[in-house]
Design a protein around this ligand. Sequence first.
Ligand SMILES: *Cc1c(COP(=O)(O)O)cnc(C)c1O
Length: 399
Amino acid sequence: MSESDTSVSSSLNFKTRLLHSGKAPAYTGGTAVNPPIVRASTVLFADTAQQREMRGLRSHERVFSYGARGTPTAFALEDAVSELEGAHRTRLLPTGLAAIGMALLSYLKPGDHVLVTDSAYQPVRHLAQQFLRPYGIEYTFFAADGSDAEAKMRPNTRMLYAECPGSLVYEMCDLPALAAMAHARGALVVVDSTWGSGVQYRPLALGADVSIMAATKYLSGHSDVMMGTVATTRDAWEPLAERCDAFGMTVSPDDAWLVLRGLRSLSARLRMHEEHALQVAHWLEAHPAVRTVFCPALPAHPGHALWRRDCEGTNGLVSFELAPGTAPETVDRLIDGLQLFGLGASWGGYESLVTSAHMTQARSVTDWSARGPVVRLHIGLEDPRDLIADLDQAFGCLD
Ligand SMILES: *Cc1c(COP(=O)(O)O)cnc(C)c1O
């Protein structure tokens, strides 16, 4: 059977011609800038020999054999992410959280122990409780700066799970040192690098085996797609690929295409987010109602030296702490008073967002109970003068 014919035999009946015409249009001309969106469940083969060959290859090589294993649109995005991450290969998952879950599932088994950073994206705590514990995988949280990680290693520790810079207040750890320590004890190093977007922090180059990103954030960049990526070194690839295939993990080609389009402007957007975020951060640092500004690019940030060593710039995330004892209603009034900042979870789109960070729930190794409430801003591509004026009027309403 061949589907490459451009015209359908006129001897066929109308209903049949309707189904078989227009499938492979012939045209002369150039090529589009962007790869096409290939939507598929069934993939057709030329003959039984090719089908057999592809089935034989697909557990080791990326071949287009069935929609559940990805289509060429997803493959294009996988390649772009591998390039960003400096990875052997990449798998795409429906959300960033699914990417984290699949990475845990790929490399851990009952009886193993995993060290998880205290600065992890908060749903990872829920995932640990809901999945790791019932499946007999032990876990311990280690300090976000990595200082107690070595002391918390056990003989059965198979994974060190880091997130650097950390969620909400952007703690830095010395990833090359942690990776050397973990590898010497036979543990894999997995890093949530959503903050770094493959541009501003690159865990595989710093010694990690696996790097995870929520492409939902800066890679897509427009607050309209959910996706996660897991990129690995050559040695770490097989378990991930096998698990993703076993669980039928794939993404919509339309979503892959949107993320691929977002990627094209990633470095330009990040430069602008950085520039705007730093202006807002400096303004916040000078504000009497602000106790601490969290942004690793600020010299006062505890992770600043590591940021200078390991990061290429900073993104649009800036958090700040109000005075200890500030009433929750005051925080609500501040947030509700903002006109240009959307109130919502996630970040990484072109627009500014605000949300309150519940640090006492988000950390268990570090005690936040004596500190003031923390508000997280995502600084978007708006004119920063307008954002600062908006913050100014919202703070002004608290007096
Ligand atoms: C948002 C986020 C995730 C989860 O991504 P989703 O696509 O929303 O599931 C994971 N890690 C970090 C650090 C994040 O900020």
